[in-house]
Design a protein around this ligand. Structure first.
Ligand SMILES: [Cu+2]
Length: 152
């Protein structure tokens, strides 16, 4: 009898745990990440206006994932990378020194390079190729501050 009681409470406990995990996973999925393709169908390329693109992209939330897609350079195409610039001033001037290189020219192929926006902070992205030329003349830069999604 005692053994049966113990068995029952354990099975209830494990059921409870299973339900708890299920509910939390549904919750995570609901709150979770959207994949946002940087530049839409244009991808990450020289000459597309990314600050204009981001201004029309709508709200960006914490845990959203930015996906940078670009091909491996060939004799007729330019290499690109993804840099996280140091601050707003670096962003304005396209000063790429001190930036953190997130992805090199080979990482944009296939599914692209994915970067999760984990914090409520100002992120400044740019292409670091040409010592700021792709950023400045090529318009390959944008800033984003994700917001916390409400109602979850
Ligand atoms: Cu570039």
């Amino acid at each position: 009898m005692e053994a049966l009681k113990a068995y029952r409470s354990w099975s209830f406990l494990s059921l409870f745990i299973v339900i708890l995990f299920w509910v939390s996973s549904v919750h995570v999925e609901y709150a979770g990440a959207r994949n946002i393709s940087v530049g839409g169908s244009e991808g990450w390329r020289y000459g597309y206006n990314y600050s204009d693109w981001i201004s029309k992209a709508g709200k960006i939330y914490v845990n959203d994932v930015l996906v940078f897609k670009y091909s491996i350079p060939t004799s007729s195409s330019l290499p690109h990378n993804v840099l996280l610039l140091k601050d707003k001033s670096s962003y304005k001037k396209c000063n790429v020194s001190g930036g953190i290189k997130l992805a090199d020219p080979t990482q944009g192929i296939g599914e692209g390079f994915a970067f999760k926006l984990k914090k409520v902070t100002n992120y400044y992205f740019a292409c670091g190729v040409g010592n700021g030329k792709h950023c400045d003349v090529g318009l390959m830069k944008f800033g984003i501050k994700p917001v916390v999604k409400k109602g979850c």
